[in-house]
Design a binder for this molecule. Structure first.
Ligand code: GDP
Ligand code: MN
Length: 379
């Protein structure tokens, strides 16, 4: 789950990271009031779940409260990479002398957290990684040992050679790491971490992604969810406990089990088709879940056919077949459906479907080939 900059700032500030004073507002007049309270130069920042807000015109400096109000008026309602801005942050603007990048991600290769720092901060780190990877210093962290004092010093020394600055950056990276671990984050970054002309270090941006599977133990973070940034499909899927990832193809997939769902997508590709989504309806394939899955998929205008691929282990195929018939009678589908039900009681299931004029394929190859052909308009 993504959280907003202001929420990540709150988490980091709670751990003692130096964060400039800020408030979040939803209308221009409030922005003016906050700018008056803060005094001096402020920065008005769009709160949306995307990076590169600065380049998109979503981060503006203001010298006066009137200017802050004007910027807030322009930024609120703005579209940034497809997301509408509903909130802006008004923050004390720091004078910037140097901009650094510090971040942590979970790394597959080292199977643990990896710290990344770069003296090329402020800009989008992906382009630094692509164009000048030598400018990013990476340090894998042993998750059991955690970030050691000497590693924190090493990271800080990589960024700046002034003792007073290193002395401030080292505790910031330690606090960032502690926040990352304590929040079950999959990513935590400060870009830029700045040094002002008076030699003081500040986190002027903050980003954290939280592992969805750990949200149950962080109710205070789960409550930070902003569904304004979530599509209706994703919200429905989440509320029903479905794992759904939208893709660009035209073969809609409803599958039970993540492994089977991925295999189904591989096979669609193998037969020259393109999956419209990944969708795992989970172990139990209750009719409500299947219907919700159908709703989500039919709302995608690209989809030409729905492929239902269920393996009946503990779930019995005949139950699934009955549930499916019931559900389809209650709410007929607007798209063609191809079905494969296999496993426990599959013969009975096939019989039930046949009684209602539906077929169930025996093999994966059969059903996938058929779905791909239908999506092409060839069957
Ligand atoms: P992003 O573009 O979404 O990553 O948003 P940032 O919060 O990183 O802001 C983009 C850029 O705006 C930063 O790299 C800074 O150059 C500038 N900026 C942000 N906050 C401040 C501030 O407090 N003072 C000054 N002078 N510039 C700022
Ligand atoms: Mn940034």
């Amino acid at each position: 789950m993504k959280i907003h900059e202001y929420q990540a700032r709150t988490i980091l500030r709670g751990r003692g990271v130096p964060v400039p004073r800020f408030e979040v507002v939803t209308d221009p007049a409030e922005a003016r009031r906050v700018a008056e309270e803060i005094g001096g130069m402020v920065v008005v920042k769009a709160q949306v779940h995307v990076g590169g807000r600065g380049k998109a015109g979503g981060v503006k400096l203001a010298n006066t409260p009137e200017e802050a109000e004007q910027h807030a008026r322009n930024i609120l309602g703005m579209d940034i990479k497809g997301l509408t801005v509903h909130k802006v942050m008004v923050a004390h603007a720091v004078d910037i002398e140097r901009e650094y990048y510090v971040g942590i991600v979970v790394d597959r290769a080292t199977k643990g957290p990896v710290f990344m720092v770069s003296s090329e901060g402020g800009v989008d780190i992906e382009s630094v990684a692509a164009e000048t990877p030598e400018k990013i210093f990476k340090l894998p962290i042993d998750p059991v040992q955690g970030l050691t004092v000497s590693q924190a010093a090493q990271l800080a020394a990589h960024l700046d050679d002034r003792v007073e600055v290193v002395g401030q950056v080292a505790p910031v990276v330690t606090k960032l790491y502690n926040a990352f671990v304590a929040s079950d984050a999959s990513l935590a970054e400060i870009n830029p971490l700045v040094v002002s002309p008076d030699g003081k270090v500040w986190a002027v941006d903050a980003k954290m992604n939280i592992d969805d599977n750990a949200l149950f133990r962080h109710p205070e973070i789960a409550a930070m969810r902003d569904s304004a940034d979530e599509s209706d499909e994703l919200r429905k899927a989440r509320e029903m406990g479905l794992s759904f990832v939208k893709l660009d193809g035209n073969v809609g997939c409803v599958v039970n089990g993540a492994g089977l769902a991925m295999t189904t997508m591989d096979l669609i590709k193998f037969y020259g088709g393109e999956p419209a989504n990944f969708l795992d309806i989970g172990g139990s394939s209750s009719p409500e879940k299947v219907m919700t899955a159908f709703d989500i998929i039919t709302s995608d205008p690209n989809v030409r056919v729905i492929l239902l691929n269920i393996f009946g282990g503990i779930t019995r195929c005949d139950d699934v077949a009955e549930g499916l018939i019931e559900a389809l009678e209650a709410r007929p589908l607007s798209l063609p459906l191809v079905v494969r039900l296999t496993g426990t009681n599959e013969t009975r299931a096939r019989q039930i479907l046949a009684e209602h004029g539906m077929e169930s394929a025996q093999t994966m190859d059969e059903v996938v080939e058929k779905a791909v052909a239908m999506a092409r308009g060839q069957a």
